[in-house]
Design a protein around this ligand. Structure first.
Ligand code: CUA
Length: 180
């Protein structure tokens, strides 16, 4: 049969199913079902899942909480832009602002301790990407994402924006320090 010419039998769906066609339908369906059930399975048993929560709140309120935290726990400033570096106590709430085109402030966390890291955008969609760990979270305005994070290995990690957010998207990068 050709795809260009009309079929000899116009009512083609009444023709018997070819064995090969049936085999492929069964394979495709079985694979769909495997993937479908892997989603809930992996959500429960997958070790890579983030422990995150999300709340609605206003960017202005969020910025206020972040500035309060920065004033309280700032340990130094970095670079020409004088980016504040904060070292909040273990177990505390940590606020990171995404705003075109910066992450504010820089964080310094202790290895082996847990933190509640909050994320929100002040303007539009940004993407939190922690490298080289490959943790990715969309950062929206009006939604506060809270990720319970326990850094395990000391080092300097990169935070980059992985959602295109305008002309300076490529400059939206920061650091996360994990210290002993
Ligand atoms: Cu922010 Cu791209």
């Amino acid at each position: 049969m050709s795809a260009i010419l009309p079929p000899p039998e116009r009512v083609w769906w009444k023709q018997p199913l070819d064995r090969v066609e049936l085999l492929w339908i069964v394979i495709a369906l079985a694979w769909c079902l495997v993937m479908f059930f892997m989603m809930p399975y992996w959500h429960i048993y997958g070790a890579q899942n983030l422990a995150n929560e999300a709340y609605r709140s206003k960017p202005a309120d969020y910025a206020k909480k972040a500035e309060e935290m920065i004033a309280k726990y700032k340990v130094r400033e970095e670079g020409e832009m004088k980016v504040p570096v904060v070292r909040p106590p273990a177990g505390s709430d940590v606020y990171l602002i995404a705003q075109r085109w910066r992450w504010h402030p820089m964080l310094e966390l202790e290895a082996g301790k847990s933190y509640r890291v909050h994320l929100m955008s002040m303007d539009w969609l940004h993407g939190f990407s922690l490298q080289p760990e490959n943790i990715n979270i969309q950062v929206h305005p009006g939604y506060e994402h809270v990720v319970t994070l326990t850094p395990t290995a000391p080092g300097t990690y990169s935070i980059i924006c992985n959602e295109y957010c305008g002309v300076n998207h490529h400059t939206m990068a920061s650091r996360l320090y994990v210290v002993k």
